[in-house]
Design a binder for this molecule. Structure first.
Ligand code: HEC
Length: 126
């Protein structure tokens, strides 16, 4: 029993150390870059479309990851996080239709969301 509690405490400490910055670095920055890159080079094979789809899925889930209690900074924050997930969802819809323009539109909506949240939550704006 005491062994089990130790395991649970270690697991909780690990989760607490993964913060907003980690979600940006590990999920949101690479996944959004993959979507923005469609402007330079649209996917050409099924394999490339499916690789892009995985990045859009990461965006949907990263938006959700920003809203958990330890990361949320209020209602506006949650709304931007949900907008991020929604842009990822539109990207998935476009990707499933092999619609590069639609994926780019989703990327443009995404940029607005990044900027809106950063203006409020990064010290110097970004
Ligand atoms: C809901 C709010 C929110 C959204 C949406 C958001 N970010 Fe962030 N972002 C932050 C916060 C807060 C930080 C600072 C985290 C820290 O350093 O502790 C940050 C940091 C960053 C940084 C590092 C900036 C620096 O100068 O240190 C980058 C790059 C970044 N985000 C990219 C993005 C991109 C790209 C998107 C959109 C696809 C995005 N972010 C969406 C809140 C957000």
């Amino acid at each position: 029993m005491s062994h089990l509690s130790t395991v649970i405490i270690i697991a909780a400490a690990t989760v607490a150390n993964v913060g907003v910055r980690d979600v940006m670095d590990a999920m949101i920055i690479p996944a959004s870059n993959a979507l923005f890159d469609v402007g330079r080079q649209a996917p050409e094979s099924d394999e490339e479309w499916l690789a892009l789809r995985k990045q859009a899925v990461i965006l949907v889930e990263a938006g959700r990851a920003l809203t958990i209690d330890s990361r949320s900074r209020g209602i506006a924050w949650d709304n931007w996080s949900e907008a991020l997930s929604a842009a990822g969802q539109s990207a998935i819809n476009a990707i499933d239709n092999r619609d590069a323009d639609g994926a780019l539109d989703a990327g443009n909506a995404l940029i607005e969301t990044c900027t809106d949240c950063h203006l409020q939550h990064l010290p110097a704006g970004n």
